[in-house]
Design a protein around this ligand. Structure first.
Ligand code: NDP
Length: 475
């Protein structure tokens, strides 16, 4: 009973997390359904630390110090339930079972409730950073009981990425909060990548630049406010040439983006909560559209415009459009976290979420410090776009943002991320929205009633009567 923590599921993530624990000096119990993976881990990396390999769940559990802390790193879904069912009977009240897979937060809520009834703490934890993050320091988003975090938190903070000495790990909130935040993180990641892709496409097709030239542009952007992991790796991918053909790598890859589901969940959940996350939705739909090979083939008959080329100096404007649209996507994502937190009573600290995404994860970026500062200045700010310093930047960016959106439209370059986020910006700042007309139409055909801007009450217009008299219906 000397392992401080145990990892079961030694796939890509589990294996690297286990090594991360061991490298930080924690005796770590390791177990995998297929024993060969456990053996391979010990053979290859056993010298890195104090590993306690176990063949069976029973031996694994027996090697752990109390309260037992077990990290499950298996395929999300039915596999996670199978593993929980296998381990739960072996645990005692007070033990902690953490799921580090990409679970849906609703599943986490269900599992947490069931285990709580047996006295076992279930800690649904979002982990981001891929293979390298797991090994060298991921961003960690743990949910569950504060009591479980007291035991597990210090270890997780120890192995997490650090930015300015601050760990990229903080207690998120009860039950499904950690997986909810991880889900939105992934949704934002979708939007970020879509916007990067639109910036590339606008420069490639609009300004006629080569992938290498565009890589240079991104390299420059990465020295400024856009500095981030995704911008950095964009320069690498754009500079890469295919060994077989000598062509730019981006020209030989099939242009159909795949997805594993967390972006879709983010949008589905936002629809349920009534939160407009158009930037993330456009990104999910853009991936989906790219995969419809048949529709795309059939639509080749549709005519496009004949536009002039753009000057490469247009890149500065594209930077503005990219930055402003990115800001919109993040603002929307944080609104979704806010709404989820209110719906489920999680009391999530939004500024802390920006803090733990600064390192380790895929959307790590300099810019997140600014989001943290915005929430510090006003924890109740209804949208990040209203933060004084972001509003000032949007004001400076809007001319270029509009120009890029127009330029893309004129040249027939699809830029739903830029255009959609600009429309969101304009809708938020509009004094009057045409929603008033929609209310009128709803009242006409369905007597759905409306409220008036000038006085209280709920009204209906008798559209069928001469003179269309209005009646108040709430008295
Ligand atoms: P891998 O495919 O590399 O490994 C899957 C692991 O799950 C294997 O150890 C496998 O065991 C185990 N497993 C699958 N089904 C069962 C089952 N029914 N019972 C017991 N064990 C089972 O996956 P990853 O490490 O990539 O991912 C693990 C989790 O982490 C997933 O939820 C994923 O979404 C999440 N994640 C992945 C990231 C990444 O970048 N890869 C990033 C963040 C989260 P066996 O060897 O016996 O088949």
């Amino acid at each position: 009973e000397r392992a401080v923590i145990g990892v079961t599921g030694l796939g890509v993530m589990g294996r690297n997390l286990a090594r991360n624990f061991a490298r930080h000096g924690y005796p770590v119990a390791v177990h995998n359904r297929t024993e060969a993976k456990t053996k391979a881990l010990i053979e290859q990396f056993g010298a890195e630390g104090d590993f306690l390999p176990a063949e069976t769940p029973e031996a694994f559990v027996a090697s752990l110090a109390r309260p037992r802390k077990i990290v499950i790193m298996v395929k999300a879904g039915a596999s996670t339930d199978a593993v929980i069912d296998e381990f739960a009977p072996l645990l005692e009240p007070g033990d902690i079972l953490m799921d580090g897979g990409n679970a849906h937060f609703a599943d986490t809520r269900r599992r947490e409730k069931a285990l709580r009834e047996r006295g076992v703490h279930f800690v649904g934890t979002g982990i981001s950073g891929g293979e390298q993050g797991a090994l060298e320091g991921p961003s960690i988003m743990p949910g569950g009981s504060p009591e479980a975090y007291e035991h597990l938190g210090p270890i997780l903070e120890d192995i997490a990425a650090k930015v300015d000495g601050v760990p990229c790990c903080a207690y998120v909130g009860p039950d499904g909060a950690g997986h909810f935040v991880k889900m939105v993180h992934n949704g934002i990641e979708y939007a970020d990548m879509q916007l990067i892709a639109e910036a590339y496409d606008t420069l490639r097709l609009g300004a006629g630049m080569s992938p290498e030239q565009i890589a240079e542009v991104f390299r420059l952007w990465n020295t400024g406010r856009l500095e981030s992991y995704l911008i950095e790796i964009t320069t690498v991918v754009l500079s890469h040439r295919d060994a077989a053909t000598g062509e730019p790598f981006v020209d030989v890859v099939l242009d159909q983006a795949e997805q594993k589901g967390t972006g879709r969940w983010t949008v589905q959940t936002a629809l349920d909560l009534g939160v407009p996350v158009s930037g993330i939705a456009e990104a999910v739909f853009a991936r989906s559209l790219s995969g419809h090979a048949g529709m795309r083939e059939a639509a080749r008959v549709l005519p496009g415009p004949s536009g002039d080329g753009l000057e490469p100096s247009f890149a500065d404007d594209v930077e503005q459009a990219l930055y402003a649209s990115k800001l919109v996507a993040y603002a929307q994502g944080f609104n979704e976290i806010q709404a989820g937190s209110a719906e489920y009573g999680w009391d999530i600290d939004l500024g802390a979420m920006a803090t733990i995404w600064r390192g380790g994860c895929i959307i790590r970026a300099r810019f997140l410090d600014r989001i943290r500062a915005a929430y510090e200045a006003d924890p109740g700010v209804p949208t990040l776009l209203a933060d004084a310093s972001f509003a000032a930047e949007l004001s400076r960016a809007q001319r270029a943002w509009r120009d890029v959106t127009v330029a893309a439209a004129r040249r027939g370059i699809p830029a739903p991320g830029f255009a959609g986020s600009l429309a969101y910006y304009d809708a938020l700042r509009a004094e009057r929205l045409p929603a008033a007309l929609i209310q009128g139409l709803r009242d006409y055909f369905g007597a759905h009633t409306y409220r008036r801007a000038d006085r209280d009450g709920v009204y209906h217009t008798r559209w069928e009567l001469p003179g269309n008299p209005e009646i108040r219906v709430d008295v």
